[in-house]
Design a protein around this ligand. Structure first.
Ligand SMILES: [Zn+2]
Ligand SMILES: [Zn+2]
Ligand SMILES: [Zn+2]
Length: 124
């Protein structure tokens, strides 16, 4: 019986990702507006005040605001972005450092060539 040709490219893509840690990136014009790179807190204070918990945390790279992500029921980071118009957030989950740009809908990995210095990855 002839072997079915492998049409599935996903493992190759995963392998490439692991090797290069690069995603296909959309250029972002806001990366020179980064003011704050590292979080001063590791909680969503607004959720703490409400007695709620959150799945993961994001930080605003303009003002340093830390809030819960879009999959949280309270979506505090989303509210912050809508209220302030700040463009960039990063993940502050352990071992993550990617950036998301709202106006450009752009994902920028922590070691992107678009960044002048790479984003410090938050240690566990
Ligand atoms: Zn941008
Ligand atoms: Zn929250
Ligand atoms: Zn902000």
């Amino acid at each position: 019986m002839p072997k079915t040709p492998a049409r599935f490219n996903l493992p190759e893509l995963m392998y490439k990702l692991l090797l290069t840690r690069r995603f296909s990136e959309i250029p972002c014009s806001h990366l020179d507006q980064i003011e704050i790179r590292e979080p001063s807190v590791r909680v969503c204070q607004e959720c703490v005040d409400l007695g709620d918990t959150w799945p993961s945390l994001r930080m605003c790279l303009t003002c340093g605001y830390v809030g819960c992500c879009d999959t949280s029921k309270n979506k505090h980071m989303d509210i912050h972005i809508k209220e302030t118009g700040h463009p960039l957030i990063r993940s502050i989950e352990p071992n993550e450092g990617w950036i998301w740009c709202y106006p450009d809908d752009a994902f920028i990995s922590a070691n992107s060539e678009q960044l002048d210095e790479s984003m410090p990855v938050v240690e566990k």
